[in-house]
Design a protein around this ligand. Structure first.
Ligand code: OGA
Ligand code: MN
Length: 286
């Protein structure tokens, strides 16, 4: 029913034969969930997406997450974030716009919402307008990276707990609004997690990972940076060059991703994103 075309050695696939905007059977939803568990990154080309269809599809995978910037600043719950440089009124923000600079934080390897008490399982992003040059999103698998570790290293990281902190990761890039900062105190997550569907393990780091509980600062930083670097060697990266109409689902439980540069003076880039809240009981064991 789903035609799955792998895109990289260890993760990522393109899926054909499914219209995410149409009605999906329970079997189709299960097949998509299974494909997320196996491939971590799913690309669905040529989707005639709308916000309404996007939110409807998001709810088939779980509860939509309140977008943290608006929630933190104002307390308002909205389920979409806009990625790129096009405002809701259609106008374009250029390279010097504060919002463009703020989004440069996405060019650090990260896992979406790892700084939340309950991080998201997946992000679902649809591309409406894409640059003619640049603006790819790159992905790397912390599951494949975990499986490449020597057994002794796996044992050493198994008991570790990691502090994730949005203000730590983002304030060097751009000031964090005080209300937003106050809404996101540092949280602690296990270093190693396990996909309950497949039993496969991965480590969980990225730019929001600040320190390891109980470790000296420099030892924390060294291990966190080594693990991120080990996951993101050039040969381990899948780089997604967006086409308008692509809907992409990525598994934040086990992937890192980062944006790449594009000339915002020259190009329009407009993508809409929802995230699915992780559940302690279902798909996010600690
Ligand atoms: C994101 C993100 C990177 C990009 O949307 O979560 O990190 O390519 N995007 O803009
Ligand atoms: Mn992101």
């Amino acid at each position: 029913m789903l035609e799955i075309e792998p895109l990289h050695d260890s993760f990522a696939a393109r899926l054909h034969g499914v219209d995410l905007t149409g009605p999906l059977s329970a079997d189709q939803v299960t097949a998509i969930q299974d494909a997320i568990d196996v491939y971590s990154l799913l690309v669905f080309p040529k989707q005639a997406m709308t916000d309404a269809a996007h939110l409807h599809f998001t709810r088939l995978l779980g509860a939509p997450e309140a977008e943290h910037v608006t929630l933190g600043k104002t307390g308002e719950v909205v389920f979409f974030g806009t990625v790129g440089n096009v405002r809701d009124d259609g106008s374009k923000e250029d390279n010097t716009h504060s919002h463009t600079r703020y989004q440069a934080g996405n060019q650090l390897w990260h896992s979406d919402s790892s700084f939340r008490q309950v991080p998201s399982t997946v992000s679902i992003t649809h591309a409406y307008e894409v640059p003619g040059d640049g603006g790819a999103t790159q992905f790397a698998s912390m599951r494949a990276a975990y499986e490449r570790l020597a057994p002794g290293v796996r044992d050493r990281i198994a008991p570790l707990r990691v502090v994730h902190d949005y203000v730590f990761s983002r304030s060097p890039i751009a000031p964090v609004d005080p209300n937003h900062a106050a809404s996101l105190p540092p949280v602690v997550h296990p270093m190693v997690r396990c996909n309950p569907g497949t039993g496969r393990k991965n480590y969980y780091v990225g730019s929001h990972a600040r320190s390891i509980v109980g470790w000296a600062g420099q030892d924390s930083r060294r291990l966190l940076e080594d693990l991120a670097a080990h996951a993101t060697r050039p040969e381990d990266i899948y780089s997604h060059q967006w086409q308008a109409g692509d809907t992409v689902i990525w598994d934040n439980r086990c992937l890192l991703h980062r944006g790449t540069d594009y000339d915002a003076d020259r190009w329009r880039r407009r993508m809409r994103q929802t995230r699915v809240v992780g559940t302690e009981r279902g798909r996010l064991p600690l």
